[in-house]
Design a binder for this molecule. Structure first.
Ligand code: SF4
Length: 238
């Protein structure tokens, strides 16, 4: 029952989001692809996802950096990864820390709507962060914390070999691209991360704080860039 209510809320929220996009001047939605049936997900991918889940569970006692002392749960990452897109944020927030899952608070609900606008769901992506434990007061992770946790993210990228990475917000984008530029500049083109196309966009938590027409349009442009990239690699059948 709870699950049904959540889905209904998401549809209602999504309709509101579409109205906002329309108000912002977006007058069409790109055609989404039919979701892949679960059985079309390769056996090796399922094995990688299972292996990652196991590694995530094995991290529950990690004390490699000072973030361990304030966390409730290690938030490793999750997702069905059917479209082989990996989303990387900066670190878990309060709700994520409590539930042990990435992007489940208000920012997560906004992320769901953003994904839905190009026909994607959580089953199509894998979501994680550059640090797996919550920085106190939701501050940005410090360089020493990012460094301590880096091997875990590298493992995830190596195991999944995504066809595209979307970095959410400045800390994740600047870390992955080893750049000191701001997110507004970095989001303007597709980058290359070790042979994987990387698209940068605003973190949904920032978008919630600064919910302007301009920012919504920018995020819309970024997700369209992602959709174009996926379609170029995997053109829809005639
Ligand atoms: S942030 Fe990463 S390195 Fe630090 S304690 Fe958590 S899992 Fe370990």
């Amino acid at each position: 029952m709870k699950k049904q209510e959540n889905s209904r809320d998401l549809v209602v929220d999504f309709k509101k989001y579409l109205v906002e996009l329309h108000r912002d001047g977006v007058d069409y939605l790109p055609a989404g692809e039919e979701p892949a049936p679960a059985e079309s997900v390769g056996v090796s991918l399922l094995a990688s996802l299972r292996e990652l889940k196991r590694r995530g569970e094995g991290l529950s006692g990690c004390r490699k950096c000072s973030l361990a002392s304030g966390r409730e749960n290690v938030v490793f990452g999750e997702g069905g990864f059917r479209k082989k897109v990996m989303l990387i944020g900066e670190g878990p927030g309060e709700t994520e820390d409590r539930q042990g899952r990435p992007f489940v608070g208000r920012a997560g609900r906004l992320l769901d709507k953003i994904l839905m606008s190009i026909g994607l769901t959580r089953e199509d992506v894998y979501i994680t962060n550059i640090v797996k434990c919550r920085p106190p007061g939701n501050r940005d992770p410090r360089p020493d914390e990012i460094l301590a946790c880096w091997a875990h993210l590298e493992d995830q990228i190596e195991a999944l070999r995504p066809r595209a990475i979307v970095s959410l917000g400045s800390p994740a984008t600047r870390t992955l691209l080893e750049s000191r530029k701001g997110i507004s500049q970095l989001r303007e083109r597709v980058h290359d991360y070790q042979g994987i196309p990387l698209i940068a966009t605003y973190h949904p938590a920032y978008l919630l704080r600064s919910y302007t027409v301009e920012n919504r349009r920018r995020v819309w442009e970024d997700v369209k860039r992602l959709q174009k990239l996926l379609q170029e690699e995997d053109p829809p059948e005639e």
